[in-house]
Design a binder for this molecule. Structure first.
Ligand code: GTB
Length: 216
């Protein structure tokens, strides 16, 4: 059955792969499932046809036959459950890998996203210079804890899993910032994720969309 996902027609990140369709593309590449992409303008995302798929009018969505899903975490979990390679077979290891998926989205991503939003939306506020270090300390707290848990392991739960896929996706938003560099094992972890052939295919595919939008 054909899988179709949605993505920005022109991602505001300039092809850096930070929009959340990237994690879905990566998961599909990891499990070897081909997929189509329907590109949407910001206007189209708020129109009834897309709102029927996504109640908040966002990307990404996932369609496969009768199934329509939204929320990147739910989509990655669905892909990981339906296809081999992204979750351990053994029940307890599988549960722990899923816990890491939730940790990435619920515990690590929020402070990272708050900082990104502040940098975009609050930069001109008089209190911005005071707020930024507070937000960065919240991130440091999580990175320190994560770094301690990862130690010198390659991945969070034995083999690479959907937990790593989401955790690396979340940490990538810090790439190039001094914050991530403070934790060399996390920088190396992110680099290991980016070095995966499936990641590279997904990245190139989203970059090609941006490049086509820029020349077209
Ligand atoms: N919780 C949802 C999920 O995980 O699927 C959140 C989905 C979401 O935030 N989608 C964003 C969206 O559709 C795109 S990914 N925004 C449009 C809107 O809400 O109207 C978030 C995102 C956007 C832009 C960048 N960037 O430019 O760097 C990075 C990430």
């Amino acid at each position: 059955m054909t899988i179709t996902i949605t993505a920005f027609e022109r991602s505001p990140d300039g092809g850096k792969g930070l929009a959340r369709d990237m994690r879905v593309r990566w998961a599909l590449e990891e499990v070897g499932q081909p997929y189509d992409v329907r590109l949407l303008s910001f206007k189209a995302m708020k129109e009834p046809a897309h709102l029927a798929l996504h109640p908040f009018g966002q990307i990404p969505t996932y369609e496969e036959g009768e199934l329509a899903l939204f929320e990147s975490g739910a989509i990655v979990l669905h892909i990981a459950q339906r296809h081999g390679g992204l979750l351990p077979d053994e029940a307890n290891g599988r549960a722990r890998a899923i816990a890491w998926m939730f940790a990435a989205l619920n515990t690590v991503e929020p402070p990272i996203f708050d900082r990104a939003l502040a940098k975009i939306l609050e930069r001109d506020e008089p209190w911005y210079e005071q707020r930024l270090p507070v937000l960065e300390d919240r991130i440091r707290k999580r990175l320190g804890e994560l770094s301690g848990r990862l130690g010198d392991a390659d991945w969070l739960e034995g083999e690479f899993s959907a937990g790593d896929l989401l955790m690396v996706s979340v940490l990538l938003r810090l790439k190039g910032s001094a914050l991530l560099d403070e934790y060399p094992n996390l920088s190396a972890y992110v680099a290991r994720g980016e070095a995966r052939p499936a990641y590279k295919r997904a990245f190139d595919a989203q970059l090609a969309v941006f490049a086509a939008a820029s020349t077209g």
